[in-house]
Ligand binder design. Sequence first.
Ligand code: CO
Length: 501
Amino acid sequence: MTTTPTPLRLDPSSYRRDDWQRGYQSQRQESAQWLSEDAIEGTIPPELNGTFFRNGPGLLDIGGTPIAHPFDGDGMINAIALTNGRAHFQNRYVRTAGFVAEQNAGKLLYRGVFGTQKPGGWLANIFDTNFKNIANTNVIYWGGKLLALWEGSQPHRLDPKTLETISLEDLDGTLAPGEAFAAHPRVDPACAADGGQPCLVNFGVKAGLSSTIHTFEFAPDGTLLRRHARSIPGFAFMHDMAITPRYSVFCQNPVTFNPLPMLLGFSGAGACIKFDPKSPTKIYLLPRDGGELEIYETDPCFIFHHANAYESGEEMILDSICYANFPTVEENTSYLDVDFDALPPGELWRFRINRSTGQVRRTVLESRCCEFPSLHPDRVGRPYRYLYSGAAAQPSGNAPLQAVIKLDLEADSTPSDRQIYSVAPRGFTGEPVFVPRPGGTAEDDGWLLLLVYESAQHRSSLHILKAQDIEAGPIAKLNLPYHIPYGLHGSFTPEVFIPAS
Ligand code: CO
């Protein structure tokens, strides 16, 4: 009897680097169109109606000059409106002042926070801290306004039907010119202070030798309900926040910031941030009613995104995607050539903050490389069972996101507690957005909307998954006319926005 030997897998990689790199080609087209029946595989659920907005860097070069990091790329909004089983797609750049000026000039005019330098070396960049508001990180519809968000400055307001840029937005005088407004608002689904109405909670950080966290809360009609400002010691790099009914929760990553190389023109602000493995990560609980903040410490780690937080007796539970250290923005190395193996993978960690003893315990809930967590909007700030996240196709190590993972956080830890939907080897994923099924009651009764870059066809598609069974694969796949470079964050609104024809 002969047996076929299992070939040794010398290359465990789930992807080809050139496939992954093509997802970072600039997209210069803008269009608005109904997707033809040929472009839709499967069936869009007729009850799934609304608009999926998504933001991300669309230009990875300015007039042929590559930018240094995708985080410096101009924001391009995609909108996919779903109505009675049909789908309308459009994409459009946010007409920021910097975008318009650079496109008119046909060349790079601004420095980027993440290292993009104007040509001409340090002399051209010295003392130039006039960074471009690139409006590229998130997009939300709130209070009748569609807002493109970038944490360094004010949002841009867009027309939700056409995606045309209306203006910089100060939210009815709430924001001063240039004031920071983060790209990570959270919606409290039932705000006790407002009679159970939902409210939008967001923040802005003014970072320096000491930093100030501004928090803002807005009613569904956009009216400002509450705002508070708190000073914290040290430089704060805070990209995200979690909320509970009573608190907003922040992590201060243990980083130091030396602005000198940036001011002197040698490097971008991102490269001036250094991880300090000797300092703790600090966790701040800010009472949303304006009360005194509480500070806790845990071992150093780096966090961009929180999954969720909730209170449980004496404890505050905080689930976050953690990195063992901060991947310093390397100068002179293209992000396209990044050595994934040299960087720590993002992992889902749970922090249990005991508010009477001050102790913080932490456990790893998921060690598979993951990023961009999302959950049922009604569970934000509450105990929850299901978490969805972009994930690597391979179970260990760092790699591009090529899958979505669904975790059952109430079950004991066995492989059956996770479901994985993978588009490897030639597909690449990002943030899944959960949309509840109208009338559904189970926490996972709904759909995941997932934009996938299909390198084999060099275009993107929207995969619609039934959240209760993501391993069954998409119930509908909407093939878009061209590729969307890897994006950041998005949101869904039940309102259907389509340009007038
Ligand atoms: Co983010």
